[in-house]
Design a protein around this ligand. Structure first.
Ligand code: NAG
Length: 584
């Protein structure tokens, strides 16, 4: 019997060699009468897109044809719960098949109940022909919900252009009432039609331009863009004016004698010059977070660029495979930023820092996946990650991510690990004066995320919809613009927050700048609750935990990324203003 998990480990190795060579399995040319494989993928409730089961977990019957050419699964597919199984249908290129019965279901009570359950939950299934997805509905209930009917006749219409398949349509016919202890004949037919669709454009019919290129989408980008211009203008204006005034005040003070100086209004950010470059509290965690954030940023950037160049949506699981590959390859970025920051803050246990930095994100993702996997296994969902795949992921962490991180850390410590701050750090920390409630770091942190969230939340709607509903995201140019806008807004907002904080003579700016940017994620996670309850019809323990689990992972990663971007921008700003000021 054929099993796609046969020889899993070697399939993973092959998947990796394929990935490493960036090899794309591309165009499929057929000769007349060549075998065309219809793969059955998954079946699941319509409203829970990510809750999928093997097609043959429902008591469908398999066609008579047994032999097929082999199929190898990639890592991305395994993680995304793709479960291709051969349908057993005999389909040959350009070979018409009239309505033919391919098997019969002996409908006993248990099988009937399984079908009725599936029909009640609006199950539908997915199949693939030559990498083109096809969807079909399992069955239908009548209005009063007493009788249930199964669609038994799959009418396939396949369009070809030259020697390649460019279009597939499925029509479900042959409604048969589900009555226990009967036999139900399943049939299919195949019609071949010449089509003018170009092979390169064959996925276009799955895209939804009227959704993704809706006025709202353009408008929101335009809106955020205006916000950026406004914010950048505002921030630079405020800072120019205030800083110029501050500098003027400080240099005037230098000319005054001691008496005047004591009476003069000595307050503001210059007062904390002996403390701003004091290491943050918990430098180990802090530098690991910054390193990971820089890595997430580079991964997002590279993956979006790749997706803009290549149409990743045309290949099952290729987006995830690319992301994992890029994540592993950008590990030196993590090591570099984390390691150099830790060295600058005078940290000595750099090996421990490197381990924390390297495994922070993988541990978070794998921990969530592990937890959800338990539920998936309990439900026998195809989402359950196979053991071989888990081993492969652990191997990547240990043998690729860790060594590359080590390289980055060593480079970072040696190239930019010197704490060459413009001001000396005083031996004794200055007490932090009392201030107004809205100058407290906690308040600044909460407020800091509002504007960055405002600039991305429409995009979040599109991204969520493509992941949790049946839309294929393909407008990566928009996503890139939003990423750039998000970074600019985040940096502007954290700079303003930090300026206020330092002016209140509070020098704990490192964590505050990180957290005020990272609080964007809290708003995104709250938005995901709104999205769940008002925009989707998901239900059930499995889908709910899957949704909130992975949304938490997504939000946390986004938060760490924003935090790191905010911190990097702010630290450049802080360094700049304290370089220009003359310290007596
Ligand atoms: C599939 O359906 C679409 C829309 O109804 C039609 O334009 C197209 O020609 C059909 N393709 C085939 C191969 O029948």
């Amino acid at each position: 019997p054929y099993s796609i998990y046969g020889d899993m480990a070697s399939a993973e190795v092959r998947a990796f060699i394929l990935l490493a060579l960036c090899c794309c399995q591309g165009s499929e040319y057929y000769t007349d009468k060549e075998e065309v494989v219809l793969w059955m993928n998954t079946v699941g409730p319509y409203h829970n897109r990510q809750e999928t089961y093997k097609y043959f977990s429902l008591p469908f019957c398999v066609g008579t044809k047994k032999t097929i050419s082999h199929y190898h699964e990639t890592l991305g597919e395994a993680l995304q719960g793709v479960e291709l199984e051969f349908s057993g249908l005999d389909i040959k290129f350009k070979d018409e098949v009239m309505q033919t019965t391919y098997c019969e279901i002996e409908l006993d009570k248990a099988k009937r109940d399984a079908f009725v359950y599936a029909i009640k939950n609006h199950y539908w299934y997915q199949m693939y022909i030559d990498d083109l997805p096809i969807w079909g509905i399992v069955g239908e209930a009548d209005e009063n919900g007493e009788d249930h009917y199964l669609w038994t006749y799959k009418k396939l219409e396949i369009g070809f252009n030259g020697n390649r398949i460019v279009d597939v349509n499925l029509t479900s016919e042959g409604k048969v009432k589900l009555v226990p202890n009967t036999r139900i004949a399943m049939s299919y037919s195949v019609k071949w039609k010449k089509s003018d669709v170009k092979f390169e454009d064959r996925f276009d019919k799955y895209l939804d331009p009227s959704f993704f290129q809706h006025r709202i989408h353009w408008f929101s980008i335009f809106n955020s863009f205006m916000m950026v211009i406004f914010l950048v203008g505002l921030v630079s204006m405020i800072l120019m004016r205030t800083l110029r005034k501050d500098y003027a005040r400080y240099s005037k003070e230098e000319e005054m004698d001691d008496m005047d100086r004591d009476l003069g209004d000595e307050y503001g950010w210059k007062q904390v010059h002996g403390d701003v470059f004091r290491p943050s509290s918990h430098p180990m965690i802090f530098s690991s977070l910054i390193g990971s954030g820089c890595q997430i940023f580079s991964v997002s950037f590279i993956v979006i660029v790749v997706a803009m160049i290549e149409d990743l949506y045309t290949e099952r699981g290729s987006m995830l495979s690319t992301a994992i590959f890029v994540y592993a390859a950008t590990s030196p970025v993590n090591g570099y930023f984390g390691g150099s920051l830790y060295a600058k803050q005078g940290g000595r246990r750099w090996i421990k820092q490197m381990f924390i930095g390297a495994f922070l994100i993988p541990a978070m993702v794998c921990g969530t996946a592990f937890f959800i996997n338990f539920i998936a296994m309990y439900y026998h969902a195809s989402r359950a990650i196979p053991f071989g795949t888990m081993v492969a992921v652990c191997c990547i962490c240990l043998f690729v991510i860790l060594p590359l991180n080590l390289v980055g850390t060593i480079l970072g410590r040696n190239l930019s690990g010197q704490p060459n701050f413009p001001c000396r750090v005083n031996a004794v920390p200055r007490p932090i004066p009392e201030k107004k409630w809205f100058m407290e770091p906690a308040v600044i942190v909460c407020l800091g995320g509002i504007l960055p969230f405002g600039s991305i939340f429409i995009e979040m709607y599109f991204i969520f919809t493509s992941f949790w509903a049946y839309k294929i995201y393909y407008v990566y140019g928009f996503m890139m613009l939003v990423l750039v806008i998000l970074c600019i807004v985040t940096v502007c907002v954290t700079i303003v927050c930090t300026y206020f904080l330092l002016n209140a003579e509070d020098y704990r700016w490192q964590w505050t700048s990180f957290l005020s940017a990272a609080s964007t994620a809290v708003y995104v996670y709250m938005y995901s609750f709104y999205y769940y309850f008002f925009k989707t019809k998901m239900y059930g323990l499995f889908q709910t935990s899957f949704y909130f689990g992975y949304m938490a992972v997504f939000s946390t990663s986004l938060g760490i990324m924003c935090g790191a971007v905010g911190y990097v921008g702010t630290s450049a700003f802080v360094r700049k203003i304290y370089t220009n000021v003359k310290i007596d």
